[in-house]
Design a protein around this ligand. Structure first.
Ligand code: UDX
Length: 433
């Protein structure tokens, strides 16, 4: 089937390449020229394992094309995916829908045939209905159907999550073709037995926000327990393991530490609260404010811990920060807890040396005042404290003896509770979490 993907960021580029992999003929539209040019050459302008190979394969075969032209897109197909970003509004909790709105405003007047627009971006409940009304106003003698088909992919596992999702969700208005067309698009996944939930648009929109709110709550739950463990001298990792055996609870997303960041969970729970407020249901989600506060407290606590380890003041001290991406296997530094902590430590007078295997360029761009090292050991040279803030395998495998030879003081803070404490303690380190 021929289809268009509007927006080629983490979500759109992955979706476009995966749709080509499913055998469809895909045109991806990206309005930022540098991104577009790099994608058209088969190069991915961000780090996502496996995506460069998949993209290159389908660019080379012609199955996937990249364009900057909405006019070309309008003629190319009658199925369109919206995969543009929905960041948090500046100074507000709600989602900024300007890119979603712009995609619709630009596309629909150019359509000379009936079309189905499937939204993939994470949007506040009610967006599909609003866009459907707007599409009716913009359409010139054609019929435009809007439906929502949310995406649940995790960065770092984006291809796996798109080609082998836990479930597919479609929110369609009555009487349209969205379900039939979606069944055709995803036929090989449906044949493989992937559950397909067909519902109405507000429910589909809420499935996505509820999933992210639940995941954020799970992480903040274990981090709240970690706070109690600190006070009581108990081991939160053992608690996570023990309660995780209960199938009703499950061990995944119970890793305590520096908490969640990235381009999704933090802004999605805030947008969810803001939307519930608009709908008069603010009280129902008031617990999410606490989920957010527990999460933000993890960052402050990490800075306090570094100060404590450095003898009460960070002034004139040297801190090695290992990890800048919001999680491993990603170069994404949007709302990265690691960079946030690095910045706060520097503000308190320490000199900070940051190293991350993939996120150096992005970090430098948003945080040019930090010092960046060329390797983990380089970052640790002369350090009074080493902080592991993203659990990259490279850091988990660091040699405590070799690292001990380059630092000034053998203090390590395991911000992701990912190291084997004993290995470090045996090598003479003071290990804290
Ligand atoms: C998330 C959702 O998982 C995905 O379904 C949705 O589509 C987009 O948002 P992503 O942001 O890529 O995906 O990362 P995820 O793996 O969910 O991790 C989010 C954050 O939580 C990271 O900062 C990670 O370090 C943190 N985290 C995760 C924890 O602190 N503890 C955990 O146990 C798990």
């Amino acid at each position: 089937m021929r289809m268009v993907v509007l927006g080629l960021g983490y979500l759109g580029a992955t979706h476009a390449a995966c749709m080509a992999e499913l055998g469809h003929e895909v045109l991806g539209v990206e309005v930022i020229p540098e991104k577009r040019d790099s994608l058209a050459r088969g190069e991915v302008p961000f780090y996502e394992p496996g995506l460069p190979e998949l993209l290159k394969k389908h660019i080379d075969s012609g199955q996937l094309q990249v364009s900057g032209s909405y006019a070309e897109a309008a003629d190319f197909a009658d199925v369109f995916f919206i995969a543009v970003g929905t960041p948090q509004k500046k100074g507000e909790y709600s989602a900024d829908l300007q890119y979603v709105d712009a995609a619709l405003e630009e596309l629909v007047p150019l359509l000379t045939h009936d079309a189905l627009i499937l939204g993939k971006s994470t949007v506040p409940v009610g967006t599909a209905a609003r866009l459907a009304d707007r599409a009716d106003e913009l359409a010139k003698d054609v019929s435009i159907e809007i439906a929502w088909n949310p995406e649940f992919l995790r960065e770092g596992f984006a291809i796996q999550d798109t080609l082998h999702p836990d479930r597919l969700v479609l929110g369609a208005f009555q009487g349209g073709v969205a379900e039939t067309v979606s069944r055709e698009i995803y036929s090989s996944l449906l044949d493989a037995g992937i559950p397909f939930i067909v519902t109405d648009p507000p429910t589909a929109e809420l499935v996505k926000t509820s999933a992210n709110a639940f995941l954020a709550t799970k992480i903040s739950f274990i981090n709240a327990i970690a706070e109690v463990c600190d006070a009581a001298g108990a081991d939160v990792r053992a608690i996570a393991n023990a309660i995780g055996y209960d199938a009703r609870i499950g061990r995944r997303f119970l890793n305590a530490g520096l908490g969640f960041g990235g381009g999704c969970l933090p802004k999605d729970i805030r947008a969810f609260m803001a939307r519930a407020g608009e709908l008069g249901a603010a009280e129902a989600l008031s617990f999410l404010r606490e989920v957010d506060s527990v999460n933000m407290r993890r960052r402050t606590r990490m800075v306090e811990l570094a100060r404590e380890v450095c003898g009460g003041s960070l002034l004139g001290k040297r801190a090695a920060i290992l990890g800048a991406a919001f999680k491993p296997e990603s170069d994404d530094v949007r709302d990265s807890p690691a960079l946030n902590v690095a910045g706060q430590i520097q503000l308190q007078g320490a000199s900070v040396s940051v190293y991350d295997p993939k996120a150096m360029e992005n970090s430098r761009r948003i945080f040019p005042t930090l010092d960046y090292a060329t390797g983990a050991l380089k970052a640790c040279e002369g350090a009074d404290v080493v902080l592991i803030l993203t659990e990259w395998q490279e850091f988990i495998e660091l040699d405590p003896v070799k690292t001990g030879q380059v630092v000034r003081k053998p203090n390590i803070i395991d911000g992701r509770m990912c190291l084997e404490a004993e290995r470090w303690e045996d090598a003479g380190w003071a290990y804290r979490t």
